[in-house]
Design a protein around this ligand. Structure first.
Ligand SMILES: [Zn+2]
Length: 89
């Protein structure tokens, strides 16, 4: 994956950076600068689920961490995206 990637979310451009954010988490969102940090060197499954998790924070900022982490949407989207990634190979 390229290190910086622009993605359009709900009409706004965000920068996806595959590097540690300021808090050194697996994934981080900077709502002010519209930056999505994803820790590099994760397995494909971890990478996709981290991106899905952080995207859910961006799209549904009012949802609790618990709902995002344990909601069915998380599993549904991760599976769906993994299938898309597999199909591209
Ligand atoms: Zn979270």
């Amino acid at each position: 994956m390229k290190q910086n990637k622009k993605i359009l979310i709900n009409g706004e451009y965000w920068t996806l950076k595959t590097k540690y954010g300021p808090r050194k988490r697996v994934g981080e969102v900077d709502f002010d600068k519209r930056i999505l940090y994803i820790r590099p060197k994760q397995s494909q499954f971890e990478l996709v689920s981290t991106i899905v998790h952080e995207l859910l924070h961006i799209i549904y900022p009012y949802l609790d961490e618990d709902v995002i982490e344990n909601g069915e949407g998380m599993y549904f989207l991760t599976e769906k995206i993994l299938k898309m990634v597999e199909a591209e190979k």
